[in-house]
Design a protein around this ligand. Structure first.
Ligand code: DGL
Length: 243
């Protein structure tokens, strides 16, 4: 079991931002990444459909004999993580739980959240953060156009800068922390930094997701026993749904 790969999925390339951190924190592990590109974006689909997509992908990854699955999609975590957890025995890691934890630990008092429409409308981030600290002020903004820019590889130009600017204007720089509540958004990190005051801390939940994953693997005694990845075994296997 310990030497099986870790499964990870997202609606597209957003989860790569999480995969990158996982590779850094867990250098001896192997990964199977599933990108549901044909059905991207998830941010505007209904919960029933998202649940169906997630079940299909998790079943696919289980068939590939993964030992644990990282759900590198905030939209899935915000809308149906609890149901998925009940349905499957395999350990599931939520990028959203990691985001909540990292936000609370930041000690910020005024929290800004940017995410997909579904994630914002679900209020899952907001409710979980306020449940842990009801004194915090949480402001949330859906940013529906950002995922498409990343998926089309146009995220570092004037157009993306202007779109980001119009979304971030909502916070008026009156926040201490900005939580990136979509795994696609770290692609914009340098543009976001340019649009916010220096004092505003940006939280990318992917770091915490990687730490949580390590902790669960350790607790379950299923950390890979490979010292180095055997050359014959691929470090990352990538599946893309293009149909
Ligand atoms: N990257 C995903 C998330 O974190 C999904 C974005 C989308 O497909 O709309 O929410």
């Amino acid at each position: 079991m310990a030497n099986r790969p870790i499964g990870i999925f997202d609606s597209g390339v957003g989860g790569f931002t999480v995969l990158k951190k996982l590779i850094k924190i867990l250098p001896n592990e192997r990964f199977i990444y599933f990108a549901d590109s044909a059905r991207n974006p998830y941010g505007n689909k209904n919960t029933k459909l998202l649940f169906k997509f997630a079940v299909e992908i998790i079943e696919f990854l289980i068939l590939k004999k993964v030992k644990l699955i990282v759900i590198a999609c905030n939209t899935i975590c915000a809308t149906c993580f609890d149901e998925l957890k009940i349905m499957f025995k395999i350990p599931l890691i939520s990028v959203l739980e990691a985001g909540v934890y990292a936000t609370i630990r930041s000690n910020g008092k005024k929290i800004g959240i940017i995410a997909t429409e579904n994630t914002i409308n679900s209020k899952t981030y907001e409710n979980k953060i306020l449940k842990l600290n009801s004194k915090l002020i949480v402001k949330s903004k859906a940013c529906p156009r950002l995922v498409e820019l990343i998926e089309n590889n146009v995220y570092d130009n004037e157009i993306s800068f202007e779109i980001l600017k119009s979304y971030l204007k909502y916070f008026n720089n009156d926040i201490d922390v900005l939580l990136l509540g979509c795994t696609h958004y770290p692609y914009f990190i340098s543009q976001i930094k340019n649009l916010l005051l220096d004092k505003i801390k940006i939280i990318d939940p992917s770091f915490q997701t990687a730490f949580f994953t390590k902790k669960i693997l350790k607790n379950k005694k299923i950390l890979s026993r490979f010292d180095k990845i055997n050359k014959i075994q691929k470090k990352i296997i990538f599946y893309k749904n293009c149909s």
